[in-house]
Design a binder for this molecule. Structure first.
Ligand SMILES: [Zn+2]
Length: 273
């Protein structure tokens, strides 16, 4: 129980750090300097106004100095991160797998919220995700390799490399297929669209799925790829019902699908097959 509380608080703090990254990375600002400040009045935020979630509730969502609203994203990201970390802890306990997936989930939250706000993500984020994942899988594989170097094909690292290559290839194939379909459609309608609209999936989606392959293997890539459209459709229905025409880019759906696959993938596979 005490450990669960600790994991939840750790998640809130991590969420708070992710918020800083979401705000600063796309603007190419340092995530260490300067200290947190209010984006409206630029005044630095005192430590007691910077406590995850609690400060937001205590200040009723407004800056103490200028009274402007604090974006909803701040408490939302903190709570999502904390809940995910707690779920993960309950499922796997405290071990290397826990470290691997708090890392992955953090990257997923980061890319999703940057994508929602900026409709593009810095390319290096998924690369860092891939390298971090491969490093942790290598650490997990080391005892097996030391015991028997010939067991290389049954190590987590090997499974990750296969997953990564498959993730890249699989999504790239669908991207080519989608691009072809769009260009044929445009030719039939005799329309020239502006540049960005000719792409089905972006290269960011390809990197992203390579990263999913590193952490979750080939099955994880396939499940994630086919679950994501369901979330996209669900959101469209919701948006239609509430007459919100706010288009969301694709990475948040892929992230939701990856998290669903991690927690419930086995059950979903068992129901289908
Ligand atoms: Zn302010």
């Amino acid at each position: 129980m005490l450990e669960s509380v600790f994991v939840f608080i750790f998640g809130l703090c991590m969420g708070s750090f992710l918020n800083v990254c979401i705000y600063r990375l796309p603007k190419e600002k340092s995530i260490i300097n300067p200290r947190s400040f209010c984006p409206h009045c630029s005044k630095p935020i005192k430590w007691y106004d910077n406590i995850p979630l609690l400060s937001y509730l205590f200040l009723k969502g407004r800056c103490r100095q200028c009274g402007q609203k604090i974006a909803w994203r701040y408490p939302v990201v903190e709570v999502i991160t904390a809940v995910l970390f707690l779920f993960l802890y309950v499922q796997v306990g405290f071990n290397l797998l826990f470290l691997e997936f708090i890392f992955l989930f953090s990257v997923l939250i980061l890319v999703s919220f940057i994508d929602i706000e900026y409709h593009a993500i810095p390319a290096y984020i998924c690369i860092i995700g891939i390298l971090g994942g491969l490093f942790m899988k290598a650490v997990a594989s080391w005892p097996m390799l030391k015991e028997d170097p010939l067991s290389v094909t049954s190590t987590p690292l090997f499974r990750s490399l296969k997953g990564m290559i498959f993730g890249f290839g699989f999504v790239y194939f669908f991207k080519l297929l989608g691009d072809l379909f769009i260009s044929v459609l445009l030719r039939i309608r005799k329309k020239d669209s502006i540049e960005g609209e000719k792409e089905s999936l972006g290269l960011g989606d390809v990197d992203f799925m390579g990263m999913i392959g590193v952490f979750m293997g080939i099955k994880g890539v396939v499940l994630t790829f086919f679950i994501a459209p369901f979330f996209a459709v669900l959101y469209s229905v919701f948006a239609l019902m509430f007459r919100k025409s706010h288009l969301i880019p694709y990475l948040p759906y892929l992230s939701l699908a990856a998290i669903t696959t991690f927690f419930w993938g086995h059950k979903i596979l068992a129901v289908i097959f």
